[in-house]
Design a protein around this ligand. Structure first.
Ligand SMILES: [Zn+2]
Length: 115
């Protein structure tokens, strides 16, 4: 009895979401740390201007790389197990905790729909 499902999309999507968080979260923290470093650098007067420029360059580079790695890992793993599409809303933004895949309609989360 019951419906036979080829892939347990809810379990698989939960697993993927955990992977996405595990790999993308440290890079988000790193990006925030570089951003905070940049702000500190421009608000402090203890660093000479020439060192300031060099440090700012390093911090900006770190910020961009960390942010790109964050986006890379969150889009690499945050995909529907059924159709491999990234769950995006009508505005084009990635949906944080989708109930079902907007692309193919596969269930991605347990419980009731919030929308
Ligand atoms: Zn899908």
């Amino acid at each position: 009895m019951g419906i036979i499902v080829a892939v347990d999309t809810v379990a698989e999507y939960t697993r993927r979401k955990k992977l996405a968080a595990k790999w993308s979260y440290p890079f988000l923290l790193a990006a925030m740390a570089f951003g905070a470093g940049l702000i500190l650098l421009f608000t402090t007067s203890f660093v000479p201007p020439l060192s300031k420029a060099k440090l700012a360059l390093v911090a900006m580079f770190g910020l961009v790389i960390s942010w790109m790695m964050h986006i890379y890992f969150s889009t690499k793993y945050n995909r529907c197990p059924n159709c491999e599409a990234i769950p995006r809303g009508r505005s084009g933004g990635v949906i944080h905790d989708p109930y079902a895949c907007p692309h193919c309609g596969a269930r991605l989360r347990e419980g009731e729909s919030l929308c």
